[in-house]
Design a protein around this ligand. Sequence first.
Ligand code: DUT
Ligand code: MG
Length: 596
Amino acid sequence: MDKKKYPKSRLGWLWENMSGKRILFIAALFGTALYNVLQLVVPHYSRQLINLFSEAEKEHLPLADKSDTIYHLIFLMVALTLFRVVVVYLDCMAYERVSQGALFRIRNYLYDKIQRQDMKFYSTYRTGDLMTRVTGDLDAVRHNIAWVIRCIVESLTLFLSASVYFFLINVKLALCIVSIAPLIFFIVFRFRKKVGPMHKALREKLAGMNTDAQENISGNRVVKAFAREEYEKEKFDASNKDYRDTNMKTQMVWLKFFPFVELIANALPVILLLVGGVFIINGEITMGDYTAFSLLIWAIANPMRMMGNIMNEFQRFSAASDKIMEIYYSEPEIVNHPDAIPHPGRFEGKVEFDLVSFQYEDGKLPVLKDISFVAEPGETVAIIGETGCGKTSLIQMIPRFYEPNSGKVLVDGVPVENYNMTDLRKNIGLATQDVLLYSDSIEGNISYGATALTAEEVEKYARYSAASDFIHRMPEGYDTIVGERGVGLSGGQKQRISLARALAIKPSILILDDTTSAVDMETEKQIQHSLRNLDFPCTKIIIAQRISTTKFADKILVLKDGRIIESGNHKDLVAAGGYYSDLVKLQLGDSMVSAS
Ligand code: DUT
Ligand code: MG
């Protein structure tokens, strides 16, 4: 398995995220050690009591003479046992607090990290996989703090304190019992090597299954349209089955080692019975000593039994934490430059491309080649060109979603990478090609980028985007809740709300990516009219397929295979008789060309 280098080890990373609760965590670890050492109480006092009884019997003394000591011992036994219960209770609470605290911190940090990623991140990671990381994987991390680490301390303390106690009573008998331990370590070490990769595979399969489910649910309309429910069900069944089988296989690994561990753990009482019995007969140990051994033998056997389980859970934690740390320590490539210029106010709105070439990192061919043009403040620049020619890629460089491989994109004469990214983006109103609305009210969606908007302003921008009529016709008007991704609205209605959302921030630069493709001609005309009469200055960059949209632009860029092949206004381009004029003929008919 490839090992990625992170700034911290897994446990170091956990420690970092326990910030503020570290002292509590250390106290909790001490608490665990304490209540496990306190397991010696009952065997120890039982031993003393029995020794007392035997002595009294041997010396033929009445037990009543020793009643004070007996009561004293019993009182101590009860008091310490009660104290132990209190420690266990507080300890559980402490672990819960620490683990929930760390979980909260990591979850927030991850969400923040994911939010700040660039476009490349979102095209690399699938939603289902990311969701697995912030849910199941995080839970494995919490489980590690609240259970696994605690179990390790518990097992170690139990084993060590029982061993030390045994050695204090009788070295030979203690040696007979404890010398078995290395065998267990050997077995568990072998187990770890086998089960580690299984947990990694298990985790991948879970993420795959979640991704399938997520894609299927969000794409359910396509599934229904093609009547592929059966196929999707089978696909999910297959990955579900695969996940179950891998889970079974992982459990089976332990089953292979389990008989050996059980054999050894069960051999302990037998050894005690044999060797201890002989020692009692020889007078090497007292009856009380033997009782203490037999009351405590589980403290040696149980940690051995637990080791497999602990190792299993620790491997699960390792696989999960690797996945989380990958996101935790990932850095977006497009970030603010250290000497980025803050620009809190409005931009003039001049947009300039200077010999920009671009290729997607995973793409085979260059998408844009030597693109140069200028959009002066307040101008409207239309971009037209056949599908896949690079229009969307081009406009994505203005808000720095992607960066050119060569050349420069400038706003107000300054390269975009020199601005503080938030300042730059706050000045750009973007209506993307595939509209994404939030499951919120229409008003909430329109005022997404400008939260302080009044109801009148929301209405105004809806009017600008020719959306107010249909919104008014809805029973709850602006309070109508639209479903996830805008379910419940038509394509054209969604586009108009997304346009209103882009306008609502009063951008210095407005970018519309095919935003009126789904609205009828009449409505489009209205929208264009309002765009020409906005009550704030704004440079508009409009991607369009219709001549009716491009016609009024100050400048039209015709893009073909990533190059600008024609540029100029409508009249010039029609006169030039190139690609654009062919398009005009195609869309408006020959007769209209001269008239337009
Ligand atoms: N491309 C990629 N990776 C992406 C997006 C696009 O390789 O993440 C490729 C596909 C296409 C080229 O880049 O060959 C240009 O894509 P773009 O989306 O810029 O094309 P468009 O002009 O906006 O096409 P459409 O009119 O269909 O929106
Ligand atoms: Mg596009």
